[in-house]
Write a protein that binds this ligand. Structure first.
Ligand code: BES
Ligand code: ZN
Ligand code: ZN
Length: 478
């Protein structure tokens, strides 16, 4: 979407649709009130109404609630509702009058741009291919705001577009979005940015290197695994940040088969990978001064006569042996190798994103992603990035007692806790065995990647993690 910032009088704006926000204590400008007529008198007016002042563009009015309660999140929601209205009205261009929001114009601009771009997104690649006259899409957004917000508006444009690309990847069905499809996307990102390079390993190299977790999970089906590496050389003085994203392009559970109901949603088990790849693309587009190494292990998890079986013992890249006591706990097996590899490749601190456990959905719903970290400073950096981006995180603890639950009977470790307790934390405790003491924060996004239900993410792919990682990189590069 084209985003511009300009300070023009409302009457002089050239856009299909103009949006204004109104606080509870505000009355609409006269021209709008007159045009709205009876609607203005009704309580509904403040929720969202499109009115037609004589001769000029349509105006949509978004209620912003109580002035003292305004925050960026509320503006993202208002902007998304307006973007959806723009879709219904088939508006190609929208102008937003920047509301006065606690004096922080830059934050308000970020929120309007993010909410508009995310709210306008539709996944319709597989719909109506034959349609001759597709409805107009919102193609441009003008913020009627001081020029001082332009830089923040541009950053928001970049990461919101990246988040929409991550949503496309998440929603793309598993017969299209395979491990090699994700690898091709990584190569495309590298081709589009001089400071980014990609390296992709196939099944033979994965096995030869000793990535026993990724090899084991992939052995159940014919779709070849990929170990995808993206490097971004942005410079700066800080340590290299490692990003790791779970890229299971379909999780059937394997021999420990999942129930059939709802299984189609497991095409989203590569949401961590999608967020990491598109965050790297956004960070490179913004030219942030930071060095990144991103590692994405990608495979399907299928049952078959060649699949890994409960009780099988595998050897991970760092030499630790693991009893695979539940083949549906496959994410930690592939992440274990990827974390070790990220350290080998020079990551000095690591953040991993993974749709890892159903338990996190029970614990934190779709409102917070769980963060489990071995390093307080990195955990605090992630939490701050969450607050700034609106992608919220909540820290859960590590403890030696959780480690105890992950010991194997015949191998060093089990991929399944011996008791059904603290499933999100025991999964993270397993991962900690593979970071070799490197500062590390694991973000379990199983609850926040899908069906978040906010106005700007809807009920399917949310793209969670892109804005979180970009904000983190901004903070670490500052
Ligand atoms: N991909 C799932 C986790 C998941 C659940 C993602 C719901 C998105 C929504 C993961 O591979 C898995 O199956 N985890 C198991 C682990 C268990 C067997 C220890 C789980 O959480 O049930
Ligand atoms: Zn699973
Ligand atoms: Zn999974």
């Amino acid at each position: 979407m084209k985003v511009t910032v300009q300070q023009t009088e409302l009457a002089a704006v050239d856009a299909d649709l103009v949006a204004i926000g109104l606080y509870d204590d505000e009355s609409p400008p006269d021209a709008i009130a007159a045009a709205a007529g009876a609607a203005a008198a009704s309580g509904d007016f403040r929720k969202l109404s499109a009115v037609f002042p004589d001769g000029s563009a349509r105006v949509v009015v978004a209620g912003l609630g109580k002035r003292e309660e305004i925050d960026p999140e509320r503006l993202r929601v208002a902007a998304a509702l307006v973007a959806k209205e723009a879709g219904r009205l088939e508006a190609g261009s929208l102008a937003w009058v920047l509301p006065e929001a606690s004096g922080d114009d830059a934050a308000a601009a970020e929120a309007l741009v993010t909410g508009t771009i995310l709210g306008a997104h539709r996944f319709d690649r597989f719909k109506g291919a034959a349609e001759e006259d597709p409805p107009a899409r919102l193609e441009s957004l003008t913020l009627l705001a001081p020029a001082s917000v332009a830089a923040e508006a541009e950053i928001a444009r970049v990461y919101a577009e990246a988040q929409n690309r991550a949503r496309e990847l998440q929603s793309t069905p598993a017969n299209f979005a395979t491990p090699s499809f994700l690898a091709a996307r990584a190569e495309e990102i590298a081709a589009g940015a001089t400071a980014v390079s990609a390296e992709v390993l196939g099944p033979e190299e994965i096995a030869a290197k000793g990535m026993g977790g990724l090899a084991a999970v992939s052995q159940g089906g014919p779709e070849e695994p990929r170990l995808i590496v993206l490097r971004y050389a942005g410079g700066g003085s800080g340590p290299t940040l490692g990003l790791v994203g779970k890229g299971v392009t379909f999780d059937t559970g394997g021999i420990s088969l999942k129930p059939g109901a709802g299984m189609q949603e497991m095409k989203m088990d590569m949401s961590g990978a999608a967020a990491v790849l598109e965050a790297v693309a956004a960070i490179a587009e913004l030219g942030l001064a930071i060095d990144l190494v991103a590692v994405v292990p990608s495979t399907e998890n299928m049952p078959s006569g060649t699949a890994v079986k409960p009780g099988d013992v595998i050897t991970q890249l760092n030499g630790k042996t693991v009893e695979v006591n539940n083949t549906d706990a496959e994410g930690r097996l592939i992440l274990a190798d990827a974390l070790t590899y990220a350290v080998e490749l020079g990551a000095e601190r690591i953040v991993d994103l993974a749709t890892l456990t159903g338990a996190v959905v029970i614990a934190l719903g779709s409102t917070y992603a769980a963060v489990i970290a071995n390093d307080d400073e990195l955990a605090a950096d992630v939490a701050r990035a969450g607050e700034r981006s609106g992608e919220l995180t909540w820290r859960l603890p590590l403890h030696p007692e959780f480690k105890e639950l992950m010991k194997g009977t015949v191998a060093d470790l089990s991929n399944l806790a011996s008791k059904r307790k603290a499933g999100t934390i025991t999964a993270a405790s397993f991962l900690e065995e593979f970071v070799d003491g490197t500062p590390w924060a694991h973000v379990d996004i199983a609850g926040t990647a899908w069906d978040v239900g906010r106005a700007y993410t809807g009920s399917d792919a949310s793209g969670f993690g892109v804005r979180l990682l970009v904000e983190l990189a901004r903070e670490l590069s500052a």
